[in-house]
Design a protein around this ligand. Structure first.
Ligand code: DGL
Length: 296
């Protein structure tokens, strides 16, 4: 009996183009798969927004991808993964892979003593999603977490090995460097580009876990398990990729940044037309008390 296959594309989304680090890994691990990518550049960053807002954005973007007939969703954005996975899985009847569980699993495997650190955006660290996932795998593990909000703009500026970035990293990582960690989860799409710098600061005994790469690996495993890999060899056709953005900001530097994430020039991009009913035209605006608690 021939193996089951599914030629439909893999849907990937992120708050912007940082998720291209995960796409790069998908290209590497699954070269025959077509990828349909959505970067919500009009609403970036997600990392300093509330969980409710991030979840709403994630549901909207996923609706778009589902309408494009994707076979699964990869939430490359750690912030969206840490807040919206449950809502996405409850609403959509297709597999949703996030950036939390696969990285938690890899960190546990690399840390026999359970000494694990996590860095991410304010929203990701504030959600506690990584420590919770790790606790489910290895109950009682004390995970040391640190939000590093300045890393995202520094990476977008291309300051990957700049003195300023090193100073910022030294400041953020003080506690983590003194904690004899075995592994550190890079829980944000942008951080893999800082891996050489972070690796030097943390030292060779700390394994850096790339959350996007782990999500790509989990996707490959899931598709193989479900008989949903793209047909290969003669039965297959060349992979076709489509990139959608909700805005194309700072046109000149955009291509350079995108290329640094993807590892190759970004092909043609479609900027979507946003015709959503504006919030100020909706009948009820429900007041909400802001949660002013500051995550570490
Ligand atoms: N993509 C986000 C993440 O992985 C980082 C950028 C943002 O704050 O939107 O958490």
């Amino acid at each position: 009996m021939p193996a089951l296959t599914d030629p439909r594309p893999i849907g990937v989304f992120d708050s912007g183009i940082g998720g291209l680090t995960a796409v790069r890994e998908l290209f590497r691990q699954l070269p025959e798969e077509s990828v349909l990518y959505f970067g919500d550049t009009a609403r970036l960053p997600y990392g300093n927004k509330s969980g409710e807002t991030v979840t709403r954005f994630a549901l909207e973007v996923t609706s778009f991808l589902v309408r494009q007939n994707v076979k699964c969703i990869v939430v490359a954005c750690a912030t969206a993964s840490s807040h919206a996975l449950e809502a996405l899985r409850a609403r959509y009847d297709l597999p949703v892979v996030g950036a939390i569980e696969p990285a938690a699993r890899a960190a546990v495997a690399a840390s026999p003593g359970g000494r694990i650190g996590v860095i991410g955006t304010l929203a990701t660290v504030g959600s506690g999603a990584y420590p919770q996932a790790i606790d489910r795998l290895l109950p009682g593990t004390q995970v040391l977490s640190r939000a590093c909000p300045l890393f995202v703009p520094l990476v977008e500026e291309g300051w990957l090995d700049h003195d300023v970035t090193r100073q910022v990293a030294e400041e953020y990582l003080v506690e983590l460097r003194n904690a004899s960690l075995e592994s550190l989860i890079l829980g944000c799409t942008h951080y893999p580009l800082l891996a050489p710098l972070l690796g030097r600061l943390m030292g060779p005994s700390v394994t850096l876990i790339d959350a996007g790469a782990e999500a790509a690996r989990a996707t490959a495993h899931l598709l193989a398990q479900r008989g949903q890999l793209a047909p290969s060899g003669k039965a297959g056709r060349a992979a076709q990729h489509h990139f959608f953005l909700s805005d194309e900001p700072r046109r000149r530097s955009f291509a350079r940044v995108a290329e640094s994430f993807l590892g190759r020039p970004l092909p043609h991009v479609t900027v979507v037309d946003q015709t959503d009913l504006p919030w100020f035209e909706r009948p009820h605006a429900t007041p909400r008390t802001p949660d002013l608690e500051t995550p570490r």
